[in-house]
Design a protein around this ligand. Structure first.
Ligand SMILES: O=C(O)CCC(=O)C(=O)O
Ligand SMILES: [Fe+2]
Length: 351
């Protein structure tokens, strides 16, 4: 008989403490969504909320080195100013194999001992959240190559390292282009401070008995500088166009799975640095009853002590500082402890 989890204690024990995750719930044969996962109506998301298919903006970054440099910089900046999302190609050998491997192996806690740079998690902060999200994930923090090779799970460590390296090089060029378009000059060490932290999430979204009631990830924007994301072919990531709070006219687009492509999105730190010209993208992940999904974001963020505020040149040009200076650590602490969801967290740094 399938287990039932109508009381929060037994659910918490099974999912979090014993480390079975949501995958464990689904594998146990649950037929209904336990109450803890049911989102209030305003937080639910289904694909009827998405408008016309999103015309994917795919940018070929290799053209940054060629005669089209100026045009490519403009395209990148335009994407960052409008939707805050675009896609780009990652050269072989790393394309779909990592997501396929993750799908085959997806486990929550089985068989690997967590250590300081590897964590098994579910939802966002299950101890505090009223309504849990329908996802399990493995968090791997990059410190250096020897640590990664020693502590990360054997099944993935080499490929994830390669993914991080390829993506970091790309993000470095991308950020240079975005900053170039602002007319701001940074030296290498200033730039490196903004992309000094790299955290990988290997996310597993199990199939869900009632997708209308749940979300894979709630509406949010990413807190760092830029996020790079590899998704499998299931789909379910939606991005919001525009950011006016609840004007009743929200438009959402699905970011379509595209073979060999990486999704890039702007994080809150880049919105602050650019004094609001670049927009961190609000996005959401729905659940489905037909297929489990995997995605592998790399969150690229400033080092925790970095003081993040609008570039002085932007403030001078705009005549106003739209954000105050905060350290990245203060910002992330506020997200964990204060109000978040949608783009609420940015208000913490707003003037
Ligand atoms: O799974 C996805 O496509 C998006 C994941 C995401 O938004 C996040 O982890 O912040
Ligand atoms: Fe995200």
């Amino acid at each position: 008989m399938a287990l039932s989890f109508t009381d929060d204690n037994s659910l918490f024990n099974f999912v979090v403490k014993e480390g079975n995750g949501i995958k464990g719930l689904v594998d146990s044969g649950i037929m209904e969504v336990p109450p803890r996962f049911i989102q209030p109506p305003d937080y639910r998301f289904n694909d009827q909320q998405s408008s016309s298919p999103y015309e994917t903006m795919t940018i070929d970054l290799s053209e940054l080195d060629g005669p089209n440099h100026d045009q490519v910089v403009k395209d990148i900046a335009h994407a960052a100013e409008t939707l805050g999302f675009f896609q780009t190609h990652l050269k072989p050998p790393l394309t779909g194999s990592l997501t396929n491997q993750l799908k085959k192996k997806a486990t929550y806690l089985d068989g690997v001992t967590p250590d300081p740079i590897v964590k098994y998690e579910t939802s966002f902060i299950p101890e505090k959240e009223k309504n849990w999200m329908w996802r399990d994930f493995l968090e791997m923090t990059y410190t250096n190559d020897p640590d990664a090779l020693e502590f990360w799970p054997n099944d993935f460590k080499e490929e994830v390292l390669e993914y991080i390296k390829t993506s970091s090089a790309m993000v470095n060029r991308l950020l240079r282009a975005l900053i170039e378009d602002l007319g701001v000059k940074l030296d290498d060490s200033e730039l490196n401070t903004l992309i000094g932290v790299r955290v990988v999430h290997m996310i597993f979204y199990p199939i869900c008995p009632d997708p209308d009631l749940t979300v894979g990830i709630k509406r949010h924007s990413d807190m760092g500088t830029l996020t790079v994301l590899l998704q499998d072919d299931v789909g379910g990531l939606y991005v919001r166009k525009g950011e006016n709070v609840s004007d009743g006219n929200e438009e959402w687009f699905e970011v379509p799975p595209t073979k060999g492509a990486l999704v890039i999105n702007v994080g809150d730190m880049l919105q602050i640095l650019s004094n609001g010209r670049y927009k961190s993208a609000e996005h959401v992940v729905r659940t489905t009853s037909s297929a489990s999904r995997v995605s592998i974001p790399i969150f690229i963020a400033p080092v925790s002590v970095a003081k993040i505020g609008p570039f002085p040149a932007m403030v001078a040009r705009d005549g106003v500082a739209r954000f105050k200076e905060v350290t990245y650590k203060e910002y992330t602490t506020n997200i964990r402890e204060g109000p978040h969801g949608g783009k609420m967290a940015l208000q913490f740094a707003s003037t």
